[in-house]
Design a protein around this ligand. Structure first.
Ligand SMILES: [Cu+2]
Length: 147
């Protein structure tokens, strides 16, 4: 009886995705890609995985850029200096930003499953890129890695 319960619990875990990964992205003043970065800046994940943004340094946030995500995907907007988590509920490419440092191209990319909407995201990212004053090719570099 006890063993049967254990097996049942294990099966439940498998079918409900209890093994989904949790991925940590740090918000930093400096990193491998220069000043004001998310690290890792390009995350390849699966639908159901959770990404948590951790304020390693202060004065950063993470928020989804409206329109630069799979259709119908859950959005997120963390407070300044606050950790925030998102569970990826739709397959595709997500672009997010740090609001105080958009002009320094403090952005990041998540790919959940296949990057089916990548061409659309690239086409629609012009407005965001227009706000960059520094590191102007950073998002293009990240999106190149999203393929
Ligand atoms: Cu920032």
């Amino acid at each position: 009886m006890k063993l049967k319960n254990l097996l049942g619990a294990a099966l439940m875990c498998l079918t409900t995705g209890a093994w989904a990964a949790e991925i940590i992205v740090e918000m930093k003043n400096a990193g491998a890609d220069g000043a004001m970065v998310f690290e890792p800046a390009v995350v390849k994940a699966e639908v159901g995985d959770t990404v948590t943004f951790v304020p390693t340094d202060m004065a950063h946030n993470s928020e989804l850029v409206p329109g630069l995500a799979p259709s119908g995907a859950a959005s997120w907007k963390g407070g300044i200096g606050q950790a925030v988590s998102v569970t990826l509920d739709k397959e595709g490419v997500y672009v997010y930003q740090c609001l105080p440092h958009v002009i320094m191209a403090m952005v990041g990319v998540i790919v959940a499953g296949e990057p089916d909407n990548l061409d659309q995201v690239i086409a629609d990212s012009a407005a965001l890129k227009g706000r960059f004053v520094m590191n102007k090719d950073r998002l293009d570099t990240y999106l190149e890695q999203a393929k």
